[in-house]
Design a protein around this ligand. Structure first.
Ligand SMILES: [Zn+2]
Length: 818
């Protein structure tokens, strides 16, 4: 039965025994075996298969979690023994108790849970839709588990409950499947589609696991961290074609200091079991301890650590979508990455290089099937250990810490200027299971602003930092404030989201910066511009405090009247025009920053039109728009687009000279051009603006800032900086810093701070930023160009800097001649 959320116990009991039913193989339903060359199953074929499997097998139950961004059903298949499937509601309840040991009052109850519980394993396939093979593999894995009778499978079914997610991005499966079918047999066969494979996020759909901006992340977070609390989460990916055949943990350095070392050891243990099983099965080219690290929070495989669970990643070498790839030994020899000098050289973490040749989707699928079986078999064999470790981590995290000066809680004081950012942040925390209380009565506390403090001379290129900040006197906090205590199972989710990150200075032997896997800093209150000091002492005893637990994120949203519904007030207050006509440039290749820009506009119900290269070349822009936004993208990509011949003609070409001329006419006639980050280069070059990016061409040994939060000093007298605080945290990700020619017609809105620039993350060569221009406007003809050196809307997370965008648009058209 194909059930909606909220299924009941009786619906299981009523299921007929179906031992005699014929369980359909994927081939019998699809007409081909998943993983075969040049075959692909789209989303409706995948859901159709799982629906049939659900009907035929008493080991499989499929649930629809809700709808994706573009309204496709997002499903999960529960796979276990018939007895376990019949008792799913009971096991769900047990998991919820194991996840929060505070709910367990008697040792006997704990012993029963540990003796009778099942290890819950979640496997998620193809969140990155071009890494398509796992979505096809999911059907084969489900079929094998539904039909096999061997003792190993029986042990797995007996001791584990598998939550199999065929894809957390159904829309993307269809984007890729449709594109693949369309291009099969053409010169473009096997190329990735020239568009984002998630409506807003593209590849960044796996960068959203603490912010929960996307429908898909919200639904799966509910499944995993509200309902089922899996002990093991396996996220199945693919990497480039020319390196190792398969990456599996242990991960590379640096580790995140907020991850329990026990979890890192368990991750390594499972990874080595997978690697050994692959080797035993004759697969070569398996790599461990390389490239992928655990520093960053926000991925499908990293979020579990902060819920006391084991997160496993695998990265199989890609074919060309479902078309085989040919890999030469030259390509392998040239392939190097952190932890692997070359894909031809045998090392302890890569003992058996693959000898080059043809690489088929089926190779990927077979390795992924072995990895999945290997993880499930570990879970089944060490059932008791996984449950005990999971329980114990939650228990230790929930114990109160009594050392003087230690952080007890984080406080979100009432009366902050930006309630909607507070509501979004609180909602996001509650949705991932963090316990948040509202103060019903004032509380007396000692606070500490946790800020980064340099511990070496300020002139040194490599900064070393500690988290510091003086303690306040005992002060009163008003009722209506929110408080988040650290003594709860998700202790380290809270600390890793609230503390500033201090990324270690990691340099290569040549002295260049070693790139982190993803960003270096993400501190949530900083990104969102929300005040959230640490509480280090509370005068009132636990029994004297008057607090209410917020049970549902919507309570906070209602409290603070988050204006995200249709018909709410626009954040743009333009004195000249009621509605500012905004165009957002969408080039010929998928650009995540463009997607996130649309996401932010949709979130705040600000209307816009996507402007394509053909529109730009056609011209007449002044008649259609007051402002044009260019999301971060390189000048070459904007101007040239995809090269002729690289894609079907409708996907090639950029603005071209015609589009540039039309853009200049638009600004000269009074239009506003807004550029984010890299797109500033295009404007500076094409409009010959009197500004220079001082970071252009600077080596990473001199300056490096790969995704960190930095301080801006804002000129509030400039209308674009009005309403913002004097100091604002901004997101810098290999971004820009400008100097202006003397006497140039440049109005500076914000500069990088003159000291203490780094707020969270990694900044090498701080002096290269200090005091330089971060945000400026330049008059051109009757119009203006607004240059954001940083990312004001990064991944939909940086609410602190969104007001700059709304303010800029509030001044658009003010100078036009209408
Ligand atoms: Zn991926």
């Amino acid at each position: 039965m194909f059930l909606l959320a909220g299924f009941s116990a009786t619906s299981f009991a009523q299921r007929p025994a179906s031992q005699t039913a014929v369980i359909p193989s994927p081939k019998s339903v699809l007409g081909f075996t998943p993983g075969d060359d040049r075959t692909i199953a789209g989303w409706s074929q995948i859901t159709d298969y799982f629906e049939r499997l659900d009907r035929a097998s008493d080991r499989v139950l499929v649930q629809t979690l809700g709808q994706s961004t573009l309204k496709r059903p997002l499903i999960v298949a529960f796979i276990s023994s018939r007895e376990n499937i019949l008792a799913l509601p009971k096991y769900k309840e047990m998991q919820q108790l194991l996840a929060d040991p505070r709910k367990i009052t008697q040792p006997l109850q704990r012993d029963r849970l540990l003796a009778n519980g099942k290890v819950v394993v979640a496997i998620s396939c193809s969140i990155h839709s071009t890494e398509i093979v796992a979505s096809q593999m999911s059907m084969q894995l489900a079929y094998e588990l539904a039909t096999a009778q061997d003792p190993d499978t029986r042990e797995i079914l007996q001791n584990t409950i598998l939550l199999l997610i065929p894809s957390p991005n159904p829309d993307g499966i269809d984007i890729v499947a449709n594109w693949y079918r369309k291009t099969l047999g053409t010169p473009y066969e096997g190329k990735e589609p020239p568009e984002l494979y998630h409506h807003y996020a593209g590849h960044d759909d796996n960068r959203d696991w603490f912010m929960l901006n996307l429908k898909e992340t919200q639904l799966i977070t509910r499944l995993l961290w509200h309902d089922w609390f899996p002990q093991i989460v396996y996220d199945v990916h693919q990497q480039g074609s020319n390196g190792s055949r398969f990456f599996i943990p242990p991960f590379y350095d640096p580790p995140n200091p907020n991850i329990s070392p026990l979890l890192l050891r368990q991750v390594g243990l499972i990874g080595h079991k997978v690697a050994a099983d692959l080797q035993a099965a004759g697969f070569r080219g398996v790599l461990t301890n390389a490239l992928y690290d655990t520093w960053w929070h926000g991925g499908f495989r990293t979020a579990p650590y902060f819920h006391n669970s084991i997160g496993i990643l695998s990265e199989a070498a890609s074919a060309r979508l479902m078309t085989p790839a040919t890999v030469t030994s030259d390509q392998l020899a040239r392939s190097s990455t952190r932890g692997m000098r070359s894909a031809t050289e045998s090392t302890t973490n890569f003992p058996d290089p693959w000898p080059a040749g043809e690489w088929h989707p089926n190779d990927i699928m077979n390795m992924e099937l072995i990895a999945a079986r290997s993880i499930l078999s570990m879970a089944a064999k060490f059932r008791g250990e996984y449950l005990t470790n999971f329980f114990e981590l939650g228990r230790k995290n929930s114990e109160p810490r009594l050392n003087k000066g230690e952080t007890l809680a984080y406080l979100i004081p009432a009366g902050q200027a930006r309630d909607e950012a507070v509501a979004k942040m609180m909602g996001t925390l509650i949705d991932q299971g963090v316990e948040v209380f509202r103060l019903d009565q004032e509380l007396h506390v000692v606070l500490s602003q946790q800020v980064l403090q340099r511990t070496n001379a300020a002139t040194e290129k490599l900064g070393t930092y500690k988290i510091g900040g003086p303690f306040s006197a005992m002060q009163e906090v008003p009722a209506g404030s929110y408080i988040i205590f650290l003594n709860q199972p998700q202790r380290y989710n809270i600390t890793t989201l609230f503390e500033p990150q201090i990324y270690p200075n990691r340099l290569t032997a040549q002295g260049e910066a070693e790139r982190p896997y993803d960003v270096a800093g993400w501190t949530l209150p900083l990104q969102m511009g929300v005040e959230a000091p640490a509480v280090v002492a509370i005068r009132e005893s636990a029994t004297e405090r008057k607090l209410t637990l917020i049970k549902d994120a919507n309570e906070v949203r209602a409290d603070l009247a988050l204006p995200l519904q249709k018909g709410s007030e626009s954040p743009i207050k333009n004195p000249v025009k009621q509605t500012v006509r905004v165009g957002i440039y969408k080039g010929s290749m998928g650009n995540m920053d463009e997607g996130w820009t649309r996401f932010v506009f949709d979130t705040f119900n600000v209307p816009y039109t996507s402007v394509r290269d053909t529109d730009m070349r056609q011209g007449g822009l002044s008649a259609k728009f007051d402002a044009l936004i260019f999301p971060s993208q390189s000048s070459a990509q904007i101007v040239n687009g995809n090269a002729a011949g690289s894609f079907p003609p409708e996907y090639t070409g950029g603005l071209t000279e015609a589009g540039i001329k039309n853009l200049k006419d638009f600004v000269n006639n009074g239009g506003m051009l807004i550029c984010f980050d890299n797109a500033c280069d295009m404007a500076i070059k094409e409009f010959n603006l009197p500004l220079r990016n001082t970071l252009e061409g600077v080596r990473s040994s001199e300056f490096y800032c790969p995704g960190s939060i930095v301080a801006l000093e804002v000129d509030n007298k400039n209308p674009i900086g009005a309403t913002l605080p004097a100091t604002v945290p901004a997101y810098f990700i290999n971004s820009s810093a400008f100097t202006a020619a003397p006497d140039a017609n440049v109005r500076v809105v914000a500069r990088y701070a003159k000291e203490n620039v780094l707020l969270s993350g990694w900044l090498l060569g701080e002096d290269k930023l200090r005091g330089h221009i971060a945000l400026a406007e330049v008059g051109v003809g009757k119009g203006r160009v607004v240059l954001f050196g940083f990312r004001p809307q990064h991944r939909g997370q940086t609410w602190a800097t969104l007001p700059f965008i709304w303010n800029a648009l509030s001044t658009a058209a003010a100078s036009s001649s209408e």
